[in-house]
Design a protein around this ligand. Structure first.
Ligand SMILES: Cc1cc2nc3c(=O)[nH]c(=O)nc-3n(C[C@H](O)[C@H](O)[C@H](O)COP(=O)(O)OP(=O)(O)OC[C@H]3O[C@@H](n4cnc5c(N)ncnc54)[C@H](O)[C@@H]3O)c2cc1C
Length: 303
């Protein structure tokens, strides 16, 4: 990318909000990933709009990043523009029994705000380490709850830069999917509809779910959570375990011994290690059980 374009990003956002060759291992829960050519940390919708317009004009590829908790970035990084929507865009507001939050708000922060306001319905999401935007895109869910159950409306920016507020019913929210990626939308904010509840019951539920996660998941290692989607009629972790792959390694990447549905970074794993391990798991499970596992984790960059 030429210096003129780089300067234009700096003029739009201010120099302190534009990083070059930013290592993506700092921004993914896998702690893996080479440098992003340009890494933007916008603080307003206007800045996002301006950055997208510049990407369109200069025909630069761009990618919206939340908390990087469902993402494997290539070792060679990303040749394009990363737009981060994380704590920099994380405002949370209470409106009666509803919560309006910017896309970068962490689910844990929203869950804490709901608990403080004695609102129930969001306990399921408190332990998912992503942003609201990332959770809307893939209809994140856990322990019997999913975003679909609580989302009222979502404000998006279209690829052309228009801002639209859509009722949740129009987002085609299904198991770990929505129309957002297909439509090329960027999630700006969302309204979550909850109900009044008993603060002690809410607190107890959140603790119960957090304890379950600690007991079952390898939270002591970097990962991107469940590596595969749940295939219909099966559990990915059980299929992987029954294929004899518990603890199977490629370089620093390993099928977790604690929960076979997780690929973990045991230290120094490369994206290539993780990708090879995922491909091996998919092949092996297919051979043994005739079930094709589909990665839930998103891949960014060249593999
Ligand atoms: C330990 C651990 C446990 C996990 N447990 C669960 C779980 O129980 N349930 C579950 O569903 N997931 C779980 N996950 C996976 C992950 O946390 C979720 O998928 C989360 O919703 C991803 O959000 P993110 O902000 O990190 O998104 P990222 O990983 O940053 O991005 C994921 C995708 O969303 C897109 N995206 C992000 N923000 C926006 C936006 N504002 N607008 C448009 N597109 C956007 C990105 O472009 C990318 O395609 C877990 C992960 C870990 C590491």
């Amino acid at each position: 990318m030429n210096t003129d374009i780089k300067q234009k990003f700096c003029d739009l956002l201010g120099e302190e909000r534009v990083l070059f060759q930013e290592p993506m291992n700092r921004h993914t829960t896998f702690r893996i990933g080479g440098p992003a050519e340009v890494f933007l940390v916008p603080e307003s919708v206007e800045q996002i709009c301006g950055a997208l317009k510049l990407c369109r004009e200069e025909q630069l590829p761009y990618f919206i990043l939340g908390n990087g908790s469902n993402l494997l970035v290539s070792d060679s990084g990303y040749r394009g523009v990363i737009i981060q929507m994380d704590r920099n865009m994380g405002k949370i507001e209470l409106e009666g029994t509803e919560i309006r939050a910017c896309a970068g708000a962490l689910l844990s922060s929203i869950a804490a705000a709901a608990r403080k306001a004695s609102l129930t319905g969001f306990e399921f999401a408190g332990g998912i380490p992503g942003t609201l935007g990332g959770a809307v895109v893939m209809n994140a869910g856990a322990y019997g709850g999913e975003m679909k159950d609580v989302l009222k409306e979502v404000t998006v920016m279209t690829a052309e830069g228009d801002i639209r507020t859509l009722p949740a019913q129009q987002l085609e929210l299904g198991y770990r999917t929505s129309i957002i990626r297909k439509a090329g939308y960027l999630v700006l904010e969302a309204v979550i509809a909850l109900e009044e509840g008993d603060p002690q019951v809410i607190q107890a539920k959140m603790k119960e779910l957090a304890d379950k996660r600690t007991e079952k998941q390898p939270l002591e290692y970097p990962s991107a959570g469940s590596t595969f989607k749940r295939p219909e009629g099966h559990f990915a972790g059980k299929l992987i375990m029954d294929s004899g792959l518990r603890g199977y390694r490629v370089g620093g990447a390993q099928v977790s011994e604690k929960h076979c549905g997780f690929v973990i970074n045991t230290g120094g794993a490369t994206a290539k290690d993780v990708r090879e391990l995922i491909d091996h798991v998919v092949r092996t499970v297919e051979e043994k059980f005739g079930v094709t596992l589909e990665p839930e984790v998103k891949f960014l960059g060249e593999f």
